[in-house]
Design a protein around this ligand. Structure first.
Ligand code: SAM
Length: 229
């Protein structure tokens, strides 16, 4: 039966893709991807030769009808992104929504997701959490988010780029204090994977002298949580 299938891809280590995801990619008719070079690298590794269709933030709206028509014509379409689970801080939500509104079947395969990988490895409370993705770039808007959630009773999770990680950690301390317990997960599943866990002030001191190259997830424990080595 034709459908949309959400297929997570690795967040670094190419081995982190499930047997079911590989089988689904091999059997489908079309693969939606953000960047054909990134997708080709994975498909070549898996020895899969498949038609790719670009589906990115900047063409999402335009592509939706084309994709709906493809599924309507009997094709099974896989939704992927550059890394991790599509639609999580990545394009995808619009096409999933369009399928749901038309009662087109949507399958979601479980797989790699940076926020879950980081949370599980952090040792910070994971019974409840709020994922806030990327913060806005303006300092005042970022500070407002920190202020809004400083007293939140559960763990907070953010994505951040290498260009703003130090700024992020400074701003976080300014609002939540240097003793707030955090985890900075960098380059997970890759050669230079590293987890910095401790009070925000100490973590900042650990990172400030290092190269900031890489990708980051930041986990912030609720105020009540203390960390003693
Ligand atoms: N859809 C992806 C997922 O499921 O995790 C997230 C895509 S979002 C555009 C990319 C961000 O995820 C990066 O800027 C970084 O914050 C985080 N990220 C992705 N891979 C990572 C990794 N290997 N280590 C640390 N953070 C990572």
């Amino acid at each position: 039966m034709s459908k949309l299938v959400i297929v997570p891809t690795p967040i670094g280590n190419l081995g982190d893709i499930s047997a079911r995801s590989i089988d689904t990619l091999a059997r489908c008719d079309v693969i939606l991807c953000e960047d054909t070079r990134v997708c080709s690298k994975l498909l070549n590794h898996l020895k899969i030769d498949k038609k790719m269709l670009l589906y990115r933030d900047d063409n999402e709206e335009k592509q939706v009808q084309k994709i709906i028509d493809l599924i309507g014509d009997g094709n099974t379409v896989c939704l992927t992104s550059d890394a991790g689970t599509p639609a999580i801080s990545d394009p995808g939500y619009r096409i999933v929504n369009a399928c749901r509104r038309r009662k087109i079947p949507v399958e979601s395969l479980p797989g790699a997701c940076a926020l879950i990988t980081a949370l599980a490895a952090s040792g910070l409370p994971s019974d409840g959490f709020l994922f806030l993705g990327f913060l806005p770039s303006k300092t005042s808007a970022r500070t407002n988010v920190f202020k809004k959630y400083s007293d939140f009773d559960y763990t907070l999770i953010f994505y951040e780029s290498r260009h703003r990680i130090l700024k992020f950690l400074k701003e976080l301390q300014n609002v939540m204090g240097a003793t707030r317990v955090i985890c900075v997960a960098r380059e997970m599943t890759k050669l230079h994977e590293i987890f910095h866990v401790g009070e925000a002030g100490q973590v900042y001191e650990e990172i400030v002298g290092m190269s900031t190259k890489g990708e980051y997830v930041i986990i912030v424990a609720p105020q009540r949580f203390k960390f003693s080595p």
